[in-house]
Design a protein. Structure first.
Ligand SMILES: Nc1nc2c(ncn2[C@@H]2O[C@H](COP(=O)(O)OP(=O)(O)O)[C@@H](O)[C@H]2O)c(=O)[nH]1
Ligand SMILES: [Mg+2]
Length: 256
């Protein structure tokens, strides 16, 4: 799973919330079965927890060097402990997003994209709520999806989820109704441009750490997670390793 989007669009907080929900046992259908990156999950949610002593919750910045590194989660469906599933989730550092939008080669070299079965693209509601920023936010997302179509092998097997993140910025806005309509129009525009070009194109409204007395949209976060696990993976055939001493030349790559 590759999470992409502008800096501060809420990607890391979304992943931190996933980790927190597993820890709290909030997932109804899945159970935690291990992680090779527990420290990373702990680190991203640390500054939002009481013991860290932060005055208000905030999320640590993801660093550029962390592109192409992954959070690992092993889970099993409730009641089926023998059926383990491994998930690798990458959080594209926000500061590299403009590079990804403008440089095709950067996208072509991004291993997390090459290998992704799911792309979660974050559209920041705070920027969508702002007349001055909303067009750049949408243009960047469209340009990025276009890059993905151009560099990704078998883009038709990529599941794309567009997340209107930090949704409380729209819910709490005095122009909320008009903004909701703007988001609907944006959704229609994306469907017109990209519908049918990926395995799926779905839209979600998420608040992972809303301000004030609003509650996180745990049910939506849970359904995104379930979608990652329940969508059949179109097993991209891995290249067969070359046999060092094949019986015949043409059988070096696994031909009979
Ligand atoms: N109001 C609000 N703030 C959020 C939400 N999710 C994240 N944030 C805050 O937005 C800021 C940027 O989030 P972060 O996850 O670091 O964004 P990233 O750069 O895309 O990884 C942080 O201060 C978060 O606490 C949300 O749902 N609502
Ligand atoms: Mg981040």
């Amino acid at each position: 799973v590759l999470c992409a989007g502008a800096q501060k669009s809420g990607k890391t907080t979304f992943l931190a919330r996933l980790g927190e929900m597993f820890r709290d046992g909030a997932f109804s259908h899945y159970r935690f079965a291990g992680s090779l990156t527990l420290c990373a999950f702990e680190r991203v949610s640390w500054s939002a927890t009481v013991p860290s002593g932060a005055s208000s919750p905030k999320t640590v910045r993801s660093l550029r060097v962390e592109n192409d590194t992954f959070y690992h989660l092993r889970i099993h469906p409730s009641g089926e402990p023998a059926y383990k599933l491994d998930l690798l989730i990458s959080d594209l550092a926000g500061e590299t997003f403009p590079t990804a939008v403008s440089l095709r080669q950067f996208c072509a070299d991004l291993r997390s994209l090459a290998r992704a079965d799911h792309l979660v693209l974050f559209l920041d509601s705070a920027r969508l709520a702002d007349q001055a920023n909303r067009h750049t936010e949408c243009d960047n997302a469209r340009a990025f999806l276009q890059q993905v179509l151009e560099v990704k092998h078998e883009s038709r097997s990529l599941e794309v989820e567009i997340v209107f993140s930090r949704w409380d910025y729209i819910v709490r806005n005095s122009q909320s109704a008009a903004l909701v309509l703007f988001c609907q129009a944006t959704e229609e525009d994306f469907k017109r441009r990209f519908g049918g070009r990926f395995a799926a194109l779905e839209f979600r409204r998420v608040m992972a750490r809303p301000d004030g007395d609003l509650k996180p949209t745990d049910d939506v976060i849970q359904s995104i997670f379930a979608h990652w696990l329940e969508t059949p993976i179109y097993a991209s055939t891995l290249p067969t390793p070359r046999a060092r001493q094949p019986a015949r030349d043409f059988s070096a790559f696994g031909l009979p």
